[in-house]
Design a protein around this ligand. Structure first.
Ligand code: NBG
Length: 823
């Protein structure tokens, strides 16, 4: 590029700071305002982050410019959650300046990992759904797809979990307390968001009816932009997060009455909207504030999309040609009536035209089949908060029901189940039905899950619109989840097969040639041992428990949820404990069982399970008789950055949900890529992992999804298992007799009740024996080091499919019609 056609102001000056070192020292002095005598380690982090940011800014500006100039189609990924984690190491690696940065901080006697520890996690998500969104952004940028992520800039992300006396305690996550060098506030990108009010109807003489949404209570959404770097490419996409602000025009009523202070208070209340992330995973709470958050971010996002679209044309028929909108679950479902409202009320399009544009623009991903996670909003609440949207939803529903009735005349069952409005004593709006009706594509997140969607939860919609339904199996980014978090293994792999795997994970196939190579298998073991020692240090630091790095590291890290069955794991631990006590001199395989994960603050049983894990751990870890043979650890405050330490150190990955309940899982993929073998049910993506890895390289047990369904239908009797299995009975009776909690008798009664009195909904007792049996096999296999690492190698080599790069290429081709635009 020559100077004349440069878009950069900085090209006008001759003394640009060219290298990282110059920038770094510049920022230490001029941004942090520090000298040699006053510098603190946090200044080093801040200055380094600002220097990294400088390094990417030209690319970022150019990316925006190229996308705009070329008028390319853009995908807009709408998600209430982006669980990004830290950005520093990832950015350095993407830019190819990791070594340089490492040398630089050494000059000041620090290591890069010391500096990294100062970066707070960007924890704007609660679990897999939010982390998936972050992996997708990474893959989109790396593969040069024009994309925007849209979400909320929560002031408080996922809460910090403390464990006190075995109980979970929540503390707010004040991640913005220190300056966040990665975000840029864009006050000029601010939109007005309306709530409440009423709808005025105007029947014009030409027969057209117009609707005006008036007397609303408004607030503002202001944009904060975060750069999303592609790996070793010039494309830098944007994650745009909205923050709520009160309008500057204070509430007139108070103002007119001279109550200036009240008016300012009101402004404060509106700003609460983007304060906090709801910490539930797979659970719909139905709170007003949450609904407000959903509309707030959808409305700001659509205004932004329209602003950008209109820079090129106001021919709205071309929207689907230029804009793709992906709804990450139903949380942004209001995008459907909002887009209709804009097209009809503001741009004055006819219903049919507006509807075709809406459907062709929007696509929906479903992430769960749990009924308690499916969003339903009270009809009256919607009416009060978004009266015009409710009218539009009713009209969408009318069209849908007419269609259903014309195809299946008089079929009341179909009308009832497919209706977007759920009738009943209290009427509700079913957001999932709205999403299916309003979009051109509906996808599940693993093969099995997509089948369940078609056969069960959206069965009738599938019959009506089979062409809409498709599968996009989830994936993870290998940049963060191998290259950055497990550097020594990543470098070793690169030394064997080159580094093309970083952008094309199928390249790992080349490792298969080393299947029987003792030296390579030994090296895999060495790297694992190294990571296990690192984790052991961390465990000691965080919990005071000493663990043996040579034991089998058996890991279950994920949200605490009954369907994920941490309870099955802990029942097996008690069983194993009994076995060892009965026969201490047998040839046991020492195990360290590691749990980590947060429970929703109001999820009582999940919190009770944490307490049980802790109590069992306290007992076993202090029992000198079992000593090193068995240790149980609960590491508090699971987060992206903690996962980056635990996952590389795992030997065994627990993916033991009740079959049919885990939509995909993504931790399963991260653990396999880092050389842990999977112990799992045939659920979610485990099914495809077995296909890829080969049956002999994965440990599968338990009921299959259709068996779970059948057994539930025919009547499942947990008591029968308890009475007929002496090992199980002994375990349950120990819990009942307060063996692990003599100081707090009775506290685990709720857990016993879920298993024996309330029908064991997640079939823990049914799968117990199969789980114990397969664990025996695993313990035996682990003793045979060569056999074990054969399997490890094949697992890693066959992980290609589970890259989010593959997932994103599929979305781009099948759903978005998106081209790669290299900047
Ligand atoms: C979760 C599923 C996981 C899945 C992620 C990402 C929700 C609603 N669903 O199995 O439970 O891996 O989504 O798709 O959070």
């Amino acid at each position: 590029m020559n100077r004349e056609d440069s878009i950069f102001f900085s090209d006008q000056i001759d003394h640009k700071l060219k290298n990282l070192r110059d920038k770094f020292y510049y920022h230490l002095e001029y941004s942090m305002v520090k000298d040699i005598t006053t510098i603190k380690v946090r200044d080093i982090y801040q200055a380094l982050a600002l220097s990294i940011r400088d390094n990417l800014i030209e690319k970022w500006l150019r990316t925006d410019y190229e996308y705009y100039k070329g008028n390319h189609k853009i995908v807009n990924y709408l998600s209430m959650e982006f669980l990004v984690g830290r950005l520093m190491i990832d950015s350095l690696n993407s830019l190819g300046i990791l070594e340089e940065a490492s040398e630089l901080v050494k000059e000041l006697n620090y290591s890069l990992s010391d500096i990294e520890e100062l970066e707070p996690d960007m924890g704007l998500g609660s679990g897999g759904l939010g982390r998936l969104a972050a992996c997708f952004l990474d893959s989109l940028a790396t593969h040069n797809y024009p994309a925007m992520g849209y979400g909320i800039r929560y002031e408080f992300g996922i809460f910090k979990q403390l464990i006190r006396q075995g109980y979970q305690v929540e503390e707010p996550d004040n991640w913005l307390r220190t300056n966040n060098p990665w975000e840029i506030k864009r006050p000029e990108i601010t939109y007005r968001i309306k709530f409440g009010g009423r709808v005025e109807r105007h029947d014009r003489v030409d027969g057209k009816t117009l609707f005006y949404w008036v007397d609303t209570e408004d607030l503002m959404a202001v944009a904060w932009d975060i750069p999303v770097l592609g790996y070793r490419t010039n494309n830098v996409n944007t994650l745009r997060l909205w923050q709520a602000q009160g309008t500057d025009i204070f509430d007139f009523e108070y103002f007119n009455n001279g109550d200036y202070i009240k008016a300012v208070e009101k402004k404060n209340i509106s700003e609460n909207l983007s304060k906090v992330l709801y910490p539930n995973d797979n659970f719909h709470l139905g709170k007003v504030l949450r609904l407000k958050q959903e509309y707030f971010f959808v409305s700001a996002t659509l205004q932004d999309i329209f602003t950008n679209f209109k820079k090129h044309t106001s021919d709205y028929n071309r929207i689907p040609e230029k804009v793709a909108i992906q709804l990450n679950d139903t949380h942004p479902a209001l995008a459907i009536p909002e887009l209709m409202r804009i097209l009809i009320d503001q741009e004055r399009l006819e219903w049919d035209k507006a509807w075709a544009i809406t459907q062709n623009t929007i696509a929906y991903t479903n992430h769960t089949v749990l009924p308690e996670a499916l969003e339903k909003w009270g009809y009256d609440l919607l009416k009060e908060l978004l009266p015009r949207h409710l009218q539009i939803i009713e009209e969408i529903n009318l069209h849908l029901l007419n269609r259903v009735n014309s195809i299946y005349p008089g079929n009341m069952y179909k009308l009832k189940t497919m209706s977007i409005i759920e009738e009943g004593e209290i009427k509700h709006v079913r957001m999932a039905n709205l999403c299916v009706e309003g979009s051109h594509s509906v996808n599940g997140v693993a093969k099995l899950h997509s089948e369940i969607i078609k056969k069960k939860i959206f069965k009738d919609f599938y019959e009506l619109y089979p062409e809409k339904f498709n599968n996009k199996t989830n994936g993870i980014t290998q940049r963060r989840w191998l290259d950055n978090c497990n550097k020594s293994l990543a470098n070793y792999i690169t030394s064997l097969i080159g580094d093309d795997w970083k952008k094309d994970l199928f390249e790992l196939k080349k490792l298969e040639q080393y299947y029987d190579n003792d030296q390579v298998l030994n090296q895999l073991q060495e790297h694992k041992l190294h990571n296990k020692k690192e984790l052991a240090k961390r465990i000691y630091k965080l919990t005071g428990i000493r663990v043996n790095p040579n034991s089998l590291f058996d890991v279950q890290v994920k949200r605490m949820h009954e369907y994920k069955r941490q309870l099955l794991n802990i029942l097996h631990i008690i069983y194993l404990y009994n076995q060892i006590k009965d026969n201490p001199d047998a040839d046991w395989t020492p195990r360290t069982i590691i749990f980590s994960g947060k429970a929703a603050p109001s999820y009582f049983v999940a919190k009770n399970i944490i307490k049980l894990i802790d109590a069992v751990g306290v007992k076993i870890n202090s029992d000198l008789e079992v000593n090193d043979l068995l240790k149980v650890v609960f590491i508090p405050n699971y987060s992206v950055s903690l996962a980056e330490i635990i996952i590389p150190a795992a030997d065994l990955s627990e993916q033991i949900s009740t079959a049919g309940f885990e939509a995909s899982g993504t931790g399963n993929m991260k653990l396999a890529l880092n050389g842990a073998l999977t112990l799992g049910t045939l659920d979610g993506a485990n099914v495809e992992m077995r296909e890829e890895f080969g049956e002999e390289n994965i440990y599968i047990f338990g009921l299959k999804a259709e068996e779970v369904a059948k057994m539930k239908q025919e009547g499942y009797n947990p008591e029968g298992y308890y009475n007929s299995n002496p090992n199980l009975k002994r375990v349950i009776d120990m819990i009942r007799s307060n063996y692990f909690n003599s100081n707090e008798p009775g506290i685990f009664q709720p857990i016993l009740d879920t298993l024996l009195k309330k029908g064991d909904y997640f079939m823990v007792l049914e799968d117990f024996q199969a789980y114990c049996d397969i664990n025996h096999t695993i313990s035996d296999d682990f003793k045979n080091t060569k056999l074990w690492y054969n399997k490890v190698l094949l697992n890693i080599a066959r992980c290609g499919k589970f890259s989010s790069d593959r997932t994103i290429h599929e979305y781009a081709k099948d759903i978005w019609g998106l081209e790669q635009i290299k900047v």
